[in-house]
Design a protein around this ligand. Sequence first.
Ligand code: FEO
Length: 397
Amino acid sequence: MKLPHKAVRISDKVYWVGAIDWGVRDFHGYLTSRGTTYNAYLIMAEKPVLIDTVKSNFYGEMYARVASVTDPANVKIIVSNHSEMDHSGGLCRAVEDMKPERIFASAMGVKALAAHFHHKYNIEAVKEGETLDIGGDKLSFLESRMLHWPDSMVSFLQGEGILFSNDIFGMHLASGKRFDDESPDWHHEAKKYYANIVLPYSDMVLAFLRKFQASGIKPRIIAPDHGPIWRKDLTSIVDLYVKWATQKPQDRAVVVYDTMWNSTEKMAAAIADGLMAGGTRTQVMCLKSHHRSDIITELLDAGAIAAGSPTLNRNIFPTMADTLTYVKSLQPKNLKSLAFGSYGWGGEAVAQVAAILNEMKTQPVQDPIKVQYVPDETALMKCYEAGQTLSKALKEA
Ligand code: FEO
């Protein structure tokens, strides 16, 4: 017997028909510590519309939620705002089961869906600004390219004022609650989502928000494809996107390191002491206990990174290589930097860390600090002073 999953009404005609993934912990390299939701929506217009689907293994849950409102065969239109498989994984089964009259995606989405599913369906491309009459209400479409895939678009239900924003304004947060005002602890997960998914496209975020403002669309509800639906405080998440996209440096530093025999750890602590003595809010993060996705989250509103690695077999320590590769790909901006680390003989890792910080276009505040074997008081004082130098540079930024 199938579970009687129920839809959740979010407005007069619109229902949440998504799925809750309580157990997922990896989202292409991002630690989703609190699971996620795949939000799909059913618009009960004269021509019922399904906006997006869910990850394929959650299709049954979505189908049951649709069936709790109407016979799924009544769905006449499916809109795919984004081809990534957490939203399109159920598309082919939905088309087979519901037999919609029309299916829509952006022009890039049409190509991406074909390349994913090698399907036989006629998926129609909607144009930027195009409006679709669904009987009793209208849907309009705006491209949101590179937020965060080339095919991404958003849909707006004009009469009810609901923006289906796809990944934009979303977060990975599994919950039995569907709305922002029922989920007061959303801030960290929204920040983590931005840092790990949206950050490289920050310029596009600002351009999209400008375009959106110019369109005159004023949503009453923002319904993203992950996490809570924004019905109470829409401006706070929009304002946070502007802040995060701008990445104005703050007097905050992240000291990230790994260690073999605690020498690099001692250096990290001395650098942090120097930073804090200068009045800089400092987060010290050892990679034995912090995931790469937490490092980039802390860096989102920091002004500096100090990165330390011991040398292992002439190379950067594996956890630091992993983290810096990931962080570099997300392109944080406006960071001061300091490379440091201990070594036994070759000592190559510190230069490798410095090279990656350089590739990240961070601004080093001084030469890297290298210590052979175990730092003595003099070496630790150099680290402390480097922390103070970094703090001073942040004040002058
Ligand atoms: Fe939530 Fe880009 O998919």
